[in-house]
Design a protein around this ligand. Sequence first.
Ligand code: NAP
Length: 328
Amino acid sequence: MTKRIIAYCRLKPFHLDQLRQRFHVDYFETLQSTDDPGFREALGQAHGLVGSSLVISPALLDHAPHLKAIATVSVGYDNYPVEALTRRGILLCNTPDVLTETTADTGFLLIMATARRAIELADLVKRGDWTTSIGEAHFGTDVHGKTLGMIGFGRIGAGVARRGALGFGMRVLYACSSPKPELERELGAVRCELDELLAQADFVCVTVPLTPATTHLIGKREFGLMKPSAIFVNIARGKVVDESALIAALEMGEIHAAGLDVFEQEPLSPESPLPHMTNVVALPHVGSATHETRDAMAQRAVDNITLALEGERPLSLVNEAAWGSLTP
Ligand code: NAP
């Protein structure tokens, strides 16, 4: 029997064709909600899901009696109920590694753009307001030689720190659940408590996954501990930060600037003050959004779902405990 999968994100014909060679594919190029009647109908028969961005709730799984595997086209898996999936023996696969360097590039892009006020000054030129030589009021702040504080020191965190330490001569501090002796040796990074990092860092960059423990990890108290000259960068998930506390900290000058790729609500509401602040660089969640990396992520997801539904071990499995429950 040909297995059925639902693809609920935009995929290139090259990737869709690979799936269609093996599976019956219900394709939803854009899907706004899991309440979509067509999606619900397909879900009742689906053995696999490939997608990202939508929240898959435990209750939704009741409508998916044949589901055996999910391949998310992302490394973060906060949209999925991992425990409920594991209980049901449903494999959850993600796309680590292939997006690490691109997302680290985005982190450094935000560090540079905020420090050197690149967007604000490019806008000034675009408006025709470059009428005389630029004075102190428009000067930026140096990145090289400063202290970079990494919150979370996994794949992407190490990538950002590597750029800072090796490319810009930055001192690296990190706060993380576990020590990273190899990175300490490679980069001279120093592990410290979160509060100490916040007090010392010139640039604070968040790269932890969104979990119950990291929800609103950075809020009013934490912004209060940062230097008034600190630049805050978030390339992890919006909900790791209490966004109203961030807005207040920026408005009150408790911190100097922020570079943000992720927000509590996405897409960001036009009502949000954040994109209107000159000291904020706001990007539309494009950490991994290059042609090369998005292709590699889609390919990893295609490979993951194919292997999982054919009874082989996927390349990147989130819930190891569910492995072994599939029958080919
Ligand atoms: P990773 O390798 O698993 O790194 C996450 C790091 O965070 C690990 O070092 C982990 O510690 C640490 N950590 C977890 N919980 C913590 C806590 N409560 N306090 C302190 N440290 C904690 O993951 P990654 O590949 O670097 O990706 C990180 C996150 O980036 C993803 O989960 C995703 O949400 C986000 N992301 C965003 C974009 C974007 O487009 N903006 C793109 C890709 C990823 P241990 O090492 O001890 O486990």
